[in-house]
Write a new protein. Sequence first.
Length: 309
Amino acid sequence: MRGSRKKQGRPINGIVLLDKSAGLSSNAALQEVKKLYEARKAGHTGSLDPLATGVLPLCLGEATKVSQFLLDSDKQYRARIRLGERTDSGDCEGTVIETNDASAVTLDRIKEALTNFQGDIEQVPPMYSAIKKDGVPLYKMARKGVEVEREARRVTVYSIELCEFSEGLESQEFELDIACSKGTYIRTIADDLGQQLGCGAHIVALRRTAAGVFNEQRCVDIESLREAKASEGLAGIDSFLIPMDEAVGNLPEVRLPSITADCVKHGQAVLVRHLPAEGLVRLYEEEQFIGIGSINDDGKVAPRRLVVS
């Protein structure tokens, strides 16, 4: 019978902070890691373009319940941009649709143009994106040569810094460090910057250096996971797992005695001493993370997203 079929895979919980390689889709990376861990359930926290490398948090098991918080988190990128060529995708994987001489672009002109990309800005999402129009992803339309009108979205660029630039080259390239809110398209920043400079521009390399509380220093690549499993088995790759509560480490923590925690697990709001006035909190039963709670108007903490231990 269908209802008696056992679920496949290990009921393992935690976050794999993957250093995604170039050319690999986020979903392909997810499936590879899920297979390596023999995990019952897995999900990623917002995709990276195949071109891009870097921080891709992958959630296994109950950690998928905190994936939305990583999806909504701020991000940081290092982008290499080439002036003089505009592409239909905003990156080097697209088709060049415009070519101009960029040799006259100076360092000062770039710095001046970058001031227009600081703070709250309006962005029109690129056609090559996963945003859906009438249920169809834009990138599928773009591949068929179809372009549709897109509404501008407000995003926040906290900082955008020029790292290196060499003037006088026929094909000028430079790097930017960008800290931004969720939903910011770095390819759109490159394309818009090229338009402002009057020469066109596109991304030639892109690396996500941080996602929420996680940065690239803590990442592991797929090859290292393969080697660890080959030499040490599942215990070897399990050592790379990050506890799921670290993903929401910026939220205040609330520790509950077992009796009170049991009430929360049954969906009840409880009154606890020293609660924050409002917002979301991390909930613990003694030392065990049990999920996310929110502070009600009456000052009680209510379950918002609980995990199963």
